[in-house]
Design a protein. Structure first.
Lengths: 114, 111
């Protein structure tokens, strides 16, 4: 079955530690996105990539980094500079970067600070 | 101008009732208005979407009403069921650009 796989489902970060969230898709989609979800704040865009080896900052990119070396993979690193990382992180993809098409979401990663 | 304002934050409806969630926007350049449904611990999934050239779109029990002059759109869930209990997000975007999401509405349908 085609879809988006996020791992791990739960992740704990210690103070000063960088952690990486995995996102893999086998839908052959061009565009991929990372969102952060906090209660009562909806979905806020962290980073997005419309093509391999290219990505753009979203609305809340500070303290995060990404890479897009392969079409199917878009990992997100939460760095120690992100002082409030506890949130539900969602990865999404879209088939056509040049059109309004539906986003396909993964099942998310819940990140908590120890 | 890039915001999408969603209300109410939470909604409690009895089984069989009508659930109504509202969204408002400022940017008249938005040309795509989807609604996403999210169950606890899962990612959102597209429920229904509308473009501004129509005033209403219906898919089963779900209807989007769109008022271009008022810059508002709403989701109506007819004959609401306990299985509809979820968080609903409206969103808007300009062609090829990123989606702007509302803050979400938590719907609870009681039997």
């Amino acid at each position: 079955d085609g879809g988006i796989t996020q791992s791990p489902k739960y992740l704990f970060r210690k103070e000063g530690q960088n952690v990486t969230l995995s996102c893999e898709q086998n839908l052959n989609h061009d565009a991929m996105y990372w969102y952060r979800q906090d209660p009562g704040q909806g979905l806020r865009l962290i980073y997005y990539s419309q093509i391999v080896n290219d990505f753009q900052k979203g609305d809340i990119a500070e303290g995060y980094s990404v890479s897009r070396e392969k079409k199917e993979s878009f990992p997100l690193t939460v760095t120690s500079a992100q002082k409030n990382p506890t949130a539900f992180y969602l990865c999404a993809s879209r088939e056509d970067r040049l059109a309004n098409e539906k986003l396909f979401f993964g099942s998310g990663t819940q990140l908590s600070v120890l | 101008q890039q915001q999408v304002k969603q209300s109410p934050q939470s909604l409690i409806v009895q089984k069989g009732g009508i659930s109504i969630i509202n969204c408002a926007y400022e940017n008249t350049a938005f040309d795509y208005f989807p609604w996403y449904q999210q169950f606890p611990g899962k990612g959102p999934a597209l429920l229904i979407a509308i473009r501004p050239d129509v005033s209403e779109k219906k898919e089963g029990r779900f209807t989007i009403s769109f008022n271009k002059s008022a810059k508002q759109f709403s989701l109506h869930i007819m004959d609401s069921q306990p299985g509809d209990s979820a968080t609903y997000f409206c969103a808007a975007s300009i062609y090829t650009d990123k989606l702007i999401f509302g803050t979400g509405t938590r719907l609870q349908v009681f039997p």
